[in-house]
Design a protein. Structure first.
Length: 184
């Protein structure tokens, strides 16, 4: 009986310590799952009432961000301070493909953004661009026009951020148009 009680207490302590491996007030490493073929700005908005929390590994430090086809992920989770490793994947059904490093470009985190009066925005966020460098170069002005300095952006509301949407359909239409143009 005494051994059983010891095992239960030891397991409870171990579970508590393991559960606190990822507790605290700092960002955890994260894996971001983007819909296969998505090209464009994506954004995660934190602290959204009624939205699901970001799932994380029970024993590991990884948080798992699965973006919907729209590219906008809303979560009730809190955005903690600090830097953390981020990995990116394209997903489709049950298949994951690591995103090449040259497919993730320019972005901003809400800590660097203020309203013109210096106040913070209504919610914390992280936004970045997924796509080939050549495509990003055509869209980076959407964020850069808001930059006032190093980690200093000024906007009136979240609506001023680059529009979150999958532009791959636009790119495919443009390529199809070029093919049609060549036939005439």
């Amino acid at each position: 009986m005494r051994i059983s009680r010891f095992i239960v207490v030891a397991f409870a302590l171990l579970a508590g310590v393991a559960g606190c491996v990822t507790c605290g007030d700092h960002r955890e490493p994260s894996k971001h799952y983007i819909p296969a073929g998505y090209v464009g700005w994506v954004r995660v908005e934190y602290g959204v009432a009624g939205a699901p929390s970001i799932p994380s590994d029970w024993f590991g430090p990884w948080e798992h961000f699965t973006y919907p086809p729209s590219g906008l992920l809303q979560t009730s989770s809190y955005l903690y301070q600090g830097g953390a490793t981020m990995e990116f994947y394209y997903y489709s059904d049950d298949h994951l493909t690591p995103l090449p490093e040259n497919m993730n470009h320019g972005g901003v985190i809400s800590w660097c953004v203020r309203r013109p009066d210096g106040s913070r925005l209504e919610r914390e966020f992280l936004t970045f661009f997924i796509g080939a460098k050549e495509v990003y170069e055509k869209h980076k002005h959407e964020l850069e026009q808001l930059r006032k300095g190093d980690c200093e952006y000024v906007i009136k509301s979240l609506d001023d951020l680059p529009k979150v949407r999958n532009i791959s359909a636009d790119l495919n239409d443009a390529l199809a148009g070029l093919k049609d143009f060549g036939r005439h």
